[in-house]
Design a protein around this ligand. Structure first.
Ligand SMILES: [Zn+2]
Length: 226
């Protein structure tokens, strides 16, 4: 039987409040990560995650993949430095057309214009061991696109990531809204690791609400292994 490491999926850390439910406060996030570190949990890189997933014999109960969707610029202030101090890494799924731009794609949820990470910041954190991958080119729901638009959305994003950040940045995609079907999976060419990560999208924050009780955090993370 294949064993999976948990995947925690966050979106925005700190910054203005929003209508949606994907923002987590900066101090709340710091408390959650600190509690995990004290309980012995370690993060894995995207490449290590692929290895862990494929090897059923590897003990995975204290390792997890920490992910951020959408790539907001505030991660560079409110999340990455704190994670680096803990010895943690993370994988951020970027909406590649919006790198360096504001969030016109989800203004209806956030009210405010929010800045996305710039390439220079992405490259700086990549050099410090953080991973970056695709969240599509424009955050469109992939299952609603025809074949040509779907291929364009995935390939354009992947090609840009590879040209800016190297081949490793082209190995994974987190599907916007977690929406995927067999057609998306086939065209995605990215395999099981990605689908697994994408399906965990939005689960992370609710799982982490039990962080105050350390033992239940550990059992939640270890039993949630489908
Ligand atoms: Zn998203």
């Amino acid at each position: 039987m294949t064993t999976y490491s948990p995947v925690l999926c966050y979106h925005r850390i700190g910054g203005p409040l929003e209508l949606g439910v994907t923002r987590v406060g900066r101090s709340v996030f710091a408390r959650q990560m600190t509690a995990l570190a004290r309980a012995g949990w370690k993060t894995v890189t995207l490449e290590q995650y692929g290895t862990v997933v494929r090897r059923a014999d590897m003990p995975t109960c204290n390792k997890f993949l920490l992910t951020f969707d959408d790539g907001y610029a505030s991660l560079a202030d409110n999340a990455y430095p704190f994670l680096a101090d803990l010895g943690y890494t993370a994988t951020t799924f970027l909406i590649t057309d919006y790198v360096g731009q504001t969030n016109t794609w989800d203004m209806r949820y956030t009210w405010d214009r929010l800045q996305h990470l710039r390439w220079q910041e992405i490259e700086r954190w990549q050099a410090r061991g953080f991973d970056f991958a695709s969240h599509g080119a424009t955050h469109r729901r992939l299952t609603w696109l025809d074949d040509a638009a779907l291929a364009s959305e995935l390939e354009r994003s992947r090609d840009l990531l590879i040209s800016r950040l190297g081949a490793g940045a082209g190995r994974a995609v987190a599907y916007p809204f977690g929406a995927a079907d067999t057609r998306v999976l086939r065209l995605g060419t990215l395999g099981r690791v990605v689908a697994h990560a994408a399906n965990r999208c939005a689960l992370g924050t609710s799982l982490m609400q039990v962080i105050g009780r350390r033992s239940s955090v550990v059992s939640t993370l270890t039993t949630d292994n489908r």
